[in-house]
Design a protein around this ligand. Structure first.
Ligand code: G4P
Length: 526
């Protein structure tokens, strides 16, 4: 098959949600439709439950699960679909941000009763920054929840999405009877106890009281007709291009646990969701159809067993064909590497692949060569963009507790940072090391892993930092002054970029006011 045809067959996407909205359940139902799994319950949730904060065995177990479910490939209607899993736990949000660099579209799951929650907001913001096409699935219609129109208003307002319902719910909770699929012009009836039945979808091109009434009763039919009238008046027509460019967001309603609304979602998804999209590098834009292979590492998963220190680097293929045992160029190291056991991830099993195509994710066994963001090519010097680091939210000094083992501590810290567990900043004055994380859990994970995998012993000390801001110097004179006055609050990130670490929001504001010739960025890529 030609490269072009392989590309046309691929759909690579991520599912994002606030914990408990139903991401795991939806993933599982999608895999069931794809025939990738046979029974419900086969996909384990990789969320780290609250009580696990200090339970490291639990973290280890969860990490094991998450490697198995990091990428789940399946075939559906002759297409190769890859779902990239994202951790639900907010302390691992950074991981999710990076995963979003490797997808071509996302599905956002929202709980009908809870509406838009904080984690959804953050993740959708990152998706929007990258113009990733988004489909919303409003879940748990079998329960009482918010009114559909109010909920869509909330999605528009809080997520800044231009929504467009492609299905419309008929009642909810006890009164939930199904949906009218506006995309296929079908009435799909809800059967709470069973699988969704193909026979229960009736094609009704022009819904009227007469043709709806026999199926859903007079009251529900009247209500549905009123609502459909509003829907047609208020919302735009579906426009594939608008969706593909991230400007229009189709919405579906359903109940994942009852396998209801999932098939409509999947059928529409495979039709409208984009194929592998071009990727931007610092040098140029890479089209997937280019013959030469290119890809980048967006995730590294370490084996927690100290006896097996290998890691798996997850590579998103961006162009050309990736072949097993062929020599490729590791751009950052300027080295030639060959991979004899690249793996693909078909639902919950891993297998060795001989060749992969744009949109695919391959896992490469790595003994420490890779870090997140690394590019692999056939020789061209390319650096993929779109894997920025975001300002951490929590900061602490790292203290070495065992002076005899400072080398182990240094090595451990560097390797853990390469994996993207947290961010390390080194103060320009005094060379003190600061770790920045998104959640408190990472500090425990780092301490535990330094001890168990590197034999190093560290402790933390509190430090007052509001945020980490990457410095862009426009006016050199101003920066000289800033550097002199604020030296104690300036550090370098692990790539040597300058970062301002103000103590308070107020100090940041003062710096912004006093130094218009310096730009303070909240992400490392600008
Ligand atoms: P997450 O990955 O987004 O965190 O959510 P997950 O799928 O684990 O679902 C969270 C809870 O919501 C689960 O219940 C799940 O069974 C339930 N759920 C998912 N979809 C629906 C739905 O359509 N309707 C209803 N009523 N519930 C739904 P749990 O009790 O937390 O877990 P479990 O014991 O059922 O596994």
């Amino acid at each position: 098959m030609k490269l072009k045809d392989e590309i046309a067959k691929r759909r690579t996407f991520g599912i994002i949600s606030h914990p408990d909205a139903g991401k795991t359940t939806l993933t599982e139902k999608l895999l069931l439709f794809g025939g990738a799994i046979q029974t419900a319950g086969a996909v384990k949730s990789n969320k780290i439950k609250k009580h696990a904060t200090s339970d490291f065995m639990e973290i280890e177990k969860q990490r094991g699960i998450s490697v198995a479910t990091s990428v789940m490939g399946f075939e559906y209607r002759d297409l190769n679909i890859n779902i990239l899993d994202t951790p639900g736990h907010q302390d691992f949000a950074e991981d999710t941000y990076r995963t979003l660099s490797a997808v071509d579209s996302v599905i956002v799951v929202i709980d009908v009763a809870k509406g838009v929650e904080i984690q959804t907001e953050k993740l959708v913001n990152v998706s929007r920054m990258r113009n990733i096409p988004i489909i919303v699935f409003i879940n748990k219609l079998d329960r009482e929840g918010k009114d559909a129109i109010d909920l869509l208003d909330e999605v528009e307002e809080k997520l800044g999405l231009n929504v467009l319902p492609l299905s419309w719910p008929i009642g909810m909770g006890q009164r939930f009877q199904g949906v009218y699929n506006l995309y296929e012009k079908q009435l799909v009836l809800f059967n709470p106890h069973g699988q969704q039945d193909e026979d229960e979808s009736l094609t009704i091109k022009e819904p009227t009281l007469e043709n709806l009434e026999p199926h859903i009763g007079t009251a529900a039919a009247e209500e549905l007709l009123d609502e459909l009238e509003i829907v047609t008046e208020v919302y735009d027509q579906f426009d594939r291009k608008e969706y593909a460019e991230g400007r229009q967001c189709p919405v579906f309603f359903g109940s994942a646990i009852n396998n209801f609304g999932v098939k409509e979602l999947l059928d529409c998804f495979v039709e409208i969701a984009p194929n592998p999209r071009p990727r931007i590098t610092e040098e140029r834009t890479i089209a997937p159809e280019e013959e030469a292979f290119t890809g980048f590492v967006f995730k590294i998963h370490a084996n927690m067993d100290p006896k097996h220190r290998d890691r798996i680097a997850f590579v998103r293929i961006c162009s050309g064909k990736f072949e097993r045992n062929k020599f490729y160029h590791h751009v950052r190291k300027d080295a030639k590497l060959r991979f004899s056991n690249p793996t693909t991830f078909m639902a919950s099993r891993k297998e060795i692949v001989d060749e992969s195509y744009p949109g695919d994710i391959v896992g490469l066994y790595d003994s420490g060569n890779f870090k997140i963001g690394d590019s692999i090519t056939e020789g061209e010097k390319l650096n993929f963009k779109g894997i920025p680091r975001f300002s951490p939210e929590l900061f602490r000094y790292v203290i070495n507790k065992d002076p005899m083992r400072f080398k182990q501590l240094d090595k451990g810290l560097i390797e853990l940072m390469d994996e993207g567990v947290a961010q390390l900043f080194v103060k320009v004055m005094g060379t003190q090391k600061i770790i920045g994380t998104v959640g408190a859990l990472q500090f425990d994970v780092i301490k535990y892993r330094l001890e168990n995998e590197y034999g190093a012993n560290c402790d933390y000390q509190p430090i007052n930092i509001h945020k980490a801001l990457w410095i862009e110097v426009i006016n050199k004179e101003e920066f000289k002054d800033f550097e002199k006055r604020k030296a104690k609050d300036i550090a370098k990130d692990k790539d040597g970029n300058l970062v301002y670490l103000p103590e308070t929001a107020w100090s940041l504001k003062m710096a912004q006011d006093n130094y218009p010739g310096i730009v303070f960025h909240e992400t490392s890529e600008f």
